[in-house]
Design a protein around this ligand. Structure first.
Ligand code: SAH
Ligand code: SF4
Ligand code: F3S
Length: 467
């Protein structure tokens, strides 16, 4: 008689081999995109097959964001638009993952939308079980299932999601956030801060196929800490030493505790890109206090001065919110003034939208009228676009080393890539040059023109090597 365990394994393997197809859509930030890679690798390990087609999939998964009201609206709209697939095939399973799943959980099931389960960001290892239970639940007409545990230790360390686009990849180095900025939902959707092991990060980067650049991700990379005394700059140094990755970027650091060692390392190491995303949020010290950001306007400006004193050509970008609780016209003018003084290369700008659970929702009044938030946002965007266009005009005639990422979005006869400081450059493909030979390589490009978002140039030399 055959051993029972062997028979069980055979049955398992057979079940795995006949598992269905899943379609996974990702909304929100790069960390969500990385998590979608984790989810895909967990499901593929269990025999599920990915598909780009919603029509073909038996399992539809949406990895959602809840940072602003708009993110909610997008996801609700998308689920509504998928409802017809359920009517066509009643066996189709729809699952909501990510931050919105974590913050709404079971509330989703009373929304009238066809949702079988919700799972927050720390519960993805249990997805195969959840999918199976959701199928049998449906057969018994039971309501949806929710997995919403927030872990203090889950980092999915040994998984290798491989979120590669062209020759660049994201690598999450930590999860969660402990900062509790008063406007922000992230600590409630992603839980407490925890760092991945440096060995696992190095191993993941080394195993990425044909990747020349990695962006290290965390909600506040300055807080990266392994075993109490191994910090973010130690991690970057280790990656530089142990891997031959050509370029390293990161996002985001927090202005309140920016480590000077990191600036020195960046200034010293050619492979560590001179680009910093430094979220300002507001230029008014009293708004910053209410936001619980932990720095004042003056401290932010001195940090920018310190950064530029070490790296005059650093690329600086930011996140800015208009119309936060109690923001006066004078506060807003402070924001415009900081934007003008710093001269960010780019910025992501939003109007404040109150989020459930946050301390602003509990203790502050969302008292700036929506039309005022919007007018300020438009004014800010206009100001920033002028600044971006001006900064881009200033580099006309300059030469940059560009890491080529692939075809430009608009044309197959042009290539695109980024400078060390993070600016997007588009240049025509020279006659006789093959796109596949350039992708992942450094080329020297002379800038001939620009818009507020892009530099345009021509290729001078191909295939420089960073040493
Ligand atoms: N960890 C990053 C930010 C992540 S969220 C940091 O500390 O900067 C990305 C951006 O969304 C934030 O920087 C902020 O500008 C914006 N944001 C977050 N909550 C918001 C809200 N309630 N309303 C409007 N914008 C918000
Ligand atoms: Fe949100 Fe602040 Fe954490 Fe950024 S640092 S994720 S804004 S709480
Ligand atoms: Fe990212 Fe949105 Fe969650 S910005 S961390 S997916 S709330």
């Amino acid at each position: 008689m055959r051993n029972e365990a062997v028979v069980k394994d055979e049955v398992k393997a057979k079940v795995k081999a006949t598992r269905g197809k899943f379609h996974l859509e990702s909304y929100g930030c790069q960390m969500n995109l990385y998590d979608s890679g984790l989810v895909a690798s967990i499901l593929k390990n269990e025999g599920y097959q990915p598909t780009d087609s919603v029509e073909e999939a038996e399992i539809l998964l949406l990895n959602t964001c809840s940072i602003r009201e708009k993110a909610y609206e997008r996801v609700y709209g998308r689920i509504e638009s998928l409802a017809h697939l359920r009517r066509k095939n009643p066996h189709t399973i729809i699952g909501v993952l990510g931050c919105m799943a974590q913050s709404l959980g079971k509330e989703f099931f009373s929304s009238g939308l066809p949702i079988d389960f919700t799972a927050g960001p720390d519960n993805y290892r249990l997805l195969p079980d959840l999918i199976e239970s959701a199928s049998s639940n449906r057969e018994q007409s039971q309501t949806g299932l929710s997995l919403l545990h927030l872990s203090r230790s889950e980092t999915y360390d040994e998984l290798r999601p491989s979120v590669v686009t062209g020759c660049t990849s994201f690598v999450t180095i930590m999860r969660g956030c402990d900062n509790f900025c008063s406007f922000c939902v992230v600590p409630y959707t992603r839980g407490r801060e925890r760092s991945r092991s440096p060995y696992s990060i190095v191993d993941e980067i080394s195993s990425l196929p044909n990747v020349s650049e990695v962006t290290l991700l965390g909600q506040n990379v300055n807080s990266y800490c392994w075993k109490e005394n191994f910090h973010f700059h130690d991690l970057v140094e280790l990656i530089l030493k142990e891997t031959d990755i050509q370029r390293i970027r990161f996002t985001s650091p927090h202005p309140k505790d920016f480590p000077e060692e990191l600036l020195d390392l960046m200034a010293r190491e050619k492979r560590f890109c001179k680009q910093i995303h430094l979220p300002l949020q507001s230029g008014s010290s009293s708004v910053l206090r209410r936001m619980k950001r932990g720095y004042t306007q003056e401290e932010y400006l001195s940090l920018v001065e310190l950064i530029r004193s070490k790296m005059p050509f650093v690329g600086l970008s930011s996140d800015i919110i208009t119309g936060f609780c109690g923001e006066t016209e004078e506060d807003f003018q402070d924001t415009l003034s900081v934007v003008e003084q710093v001269g960010f290369d780019t910025a992501y700008m939003f109007r404040y939208s109150e989020r459930k659970n946050t301390s602003a929702a509990k203790y502050l009044k969302d008292d700036v009228p929506e039309d005022v938030k919007l007018i300020r946002l438009q004014q800010l965007i206009q100001e920033q676009q002028k600044m971006s266009a001006l900064k881009n005009r200033l580099v006309k005639g300059k030469k940059f080393e560009v890491l080529v990422e692939g075809y430009s979005r608009r044309s197959q006869s042009s290539m695109t890539g980024r400078t060390d400081s993070g600016k997007t450059v588009v240049f025509p493909l020279e006659e006789g040059h093959q796109p596949e030979d350039l992708t992942g390589k450094l080329v020297q490009v002379e800038i001939e023109g620009s818009t507020s978002a892009t530099l345009h140039g021509r290729e001078l030399t191909t295939c420089l090597k960073i040493t």
